[in-house]
Design a protein around this ligand. Structure first.
Ligand code: PFF
Length: 447
């Protein structure tokens, strides 16, 4: 055995169940529990769900598999995986890996701020403080713009850092193996409770009954963007996790499990949120305010609302944390590889940098620097826009082209049976690029 392969085989890696849990953990997050339900509610309910599933099948699943294969074949962080597999134009391809690390950095800062909000709401629910407010919208605005989220962001950074410092199997894997099943149980319990509320079925109808009159090109592009973000694509997360997967594990099955898990968690989240909002006569498509404004209003009047609300926000915090872990790991793996630092040093330094950069991000949400604008956007929105709307589709397209056309070795790493392989490669070559370019043009306002 060569020194290199010896080193690879001793690499800290996932067990097969651990990998599935970690990948589901990355994919299931605030996007599923918060964004998906309100997008579905506003864009035709079941019709949106239908479009979302088609987008997952035609675009999300092929790219997810491509990212995992790229990571496992390249055996490195997002940048070096591209570089290892690129026979020519290494720097060019490596650049897209670097872009994904930059995207991860931008996303982690605002994602951690929102994760922090869920802590405050969990604590506020259990103590009842949240339900003593007369105006939930004003309370949220005051809280988000104040100094308290900074404390919660630091807590989020500390938890994420503590998990990552322990490494892949003892840190990331263990954390996800414990949390993801617990989240599933809590979700089901909350769903049963929500659906048994009188008037709750109206919410189910709103969420799931297809209204094809709301089915438009725009709603399709929204579904596409959501499928992308929700599967954690374009940010190096799945490339990095793929590099920790054993060669004997089926990437095809893992991809299916993650996609299915993703839909199920999003569906259940909707089956909690809408029955509750409808049972209490609240505005269902209240956009982002749905979680932090409408739901607390309902919890306040609900039997055992403190516990139910508290559990809901703990769930949201858990789902968000497992995503935070995967995003920060993208940057940690990059630094370990390219600066040759130890994992410990990388995690500590990056945690500090992340926490510091998160300060202006948090203070820009209605806080003292809300007026600082660049290209008409505050810091939070600018980071979100640059990463989600520009970098993610660009990297997604690079992965698609790279595996579809350039790296045979990367494509073969998926180890699909020949007919599935052909379908997958055809999708990557002829279907996915068109859709990803459309997402890009739409999300940057060019169409
Ligand atoms: N998929 C996560 C969500 O839907 O909330 C967000 C996310 C996590 C995006 C990890 C990207 C990523 F690398």
């Amino acid at each position: 055995m060569s020194t290199k392969s010896k080193k690879n085989s001793s690499k800290d890696q996932f067990s097969s169940f651990g990998f599935i849990m970690a990948a589901i953990g990355s994919s299931v997050g605030i996007g599923n529990m918060w964004k998906f339900p309100y997008l579905a509610g506003a864009n035709g309910g079941g019709a949106f769900l239908f479009t979302f599933i088609i987008c997952l099948i035609l675009v999300g699943i092929p790219i997810l598999l491509a990212e995992l294969a790229l990571g496992r074949a390249g055996r490195g962080d997002a940048m070096s995986s591209f570089q290892t597999l690129a026979v020519r134009h290494r720097k060019f391809w490596g650049f897209f890996g670097l872009l994904s690390v930059i995207a991860a950095f931008l996303i982690i800062t605002f994602y951690m701020v929102v994760t922090g909000w869920t802590f405050q709401y969990a604590i506020g629910s259990f103590t009842g403080n949240l339900y003593r407010q007369t105006d939930n919208a004003a309370y949220f605005a005051q809280f988000a713009g104040g100094p308290l989220p900074l404390v919660y962001t630091v807590i989020t950074v500390l938890i994420t850092g503590a998990v990552l410092i322990k490494g892949v199997s003892k840190g990331i894997e263990l954390f996800n193996k414990i949390l993801i099943p617990i989240l599933a149980i809590l979700l089901v319990v909350l769903m049963i409770d929500a659906m048994s509320l009188s008037g709750g079925m109206k919410g189910v109808e709103f969420f799931l009954k297809p209204d094809f009159s709301l089915f438009t090109i725009e709603s399709t592009l929204i579904a596409l963007g959501q499928a992308f973000f929700s599967l954690s694509l374009g940010m190096g997360a799945m490339i990095t996790y793929g590099s920790y997967v054993d060669k004997s594990q089926s990437l095809g099955k893992a991809t299916l499990a993650v996609s299915l898990g993703n839909i199920v968690y999003a569906l259940i989240a909707g089956l909690i949120i809408f029955p509750i909002t409808f049972a209490f006569g609240l505005e269902p498509a209240a956009g982002p305010g749905l979680i932090f404004v409408a739901l607390p209003t309902a919890f306040a009047d609900m039997p055992f609302g403190h516990v139910i609300g508290g559990t809901f926000f703990v769930l949201l915090a858990g789902a968000a944390l497992t995503s935070c872990v995967s995003v920060l790991e993208v940057i940690v793996a990059f630094v370990i590889k390219h600066l040759n630092w130890t994992r410990r040093k990388s995690v500590i330094v990056l945690s500090i940098i992340t926490a510091v950069v998160a300060i202006p991000v948090s203070l820009s949400v209605g806080g003292p620097i809300a007026d600082w604008k660049l290209f008409g956007k505050g810091v939070f929105d600018l980071f979100d826009f640059t990463a989600s709307n520009i970098l993610l589709p660009v990297v997604g397209l690079a992965v698609t082209i790279f595996i579809g056309y350039i790296s045979k070795k990367g494509a073969e790493e998926a180890k699909l049976n020949p007919s599935l392989h052909r379908i997958w490669i055809s999708l990557l070559r002829y279907v996915v690029p068109v859709f990803v370019i459309l997402i890009f043009l739409y999300s940057t306002g060019l169409i």
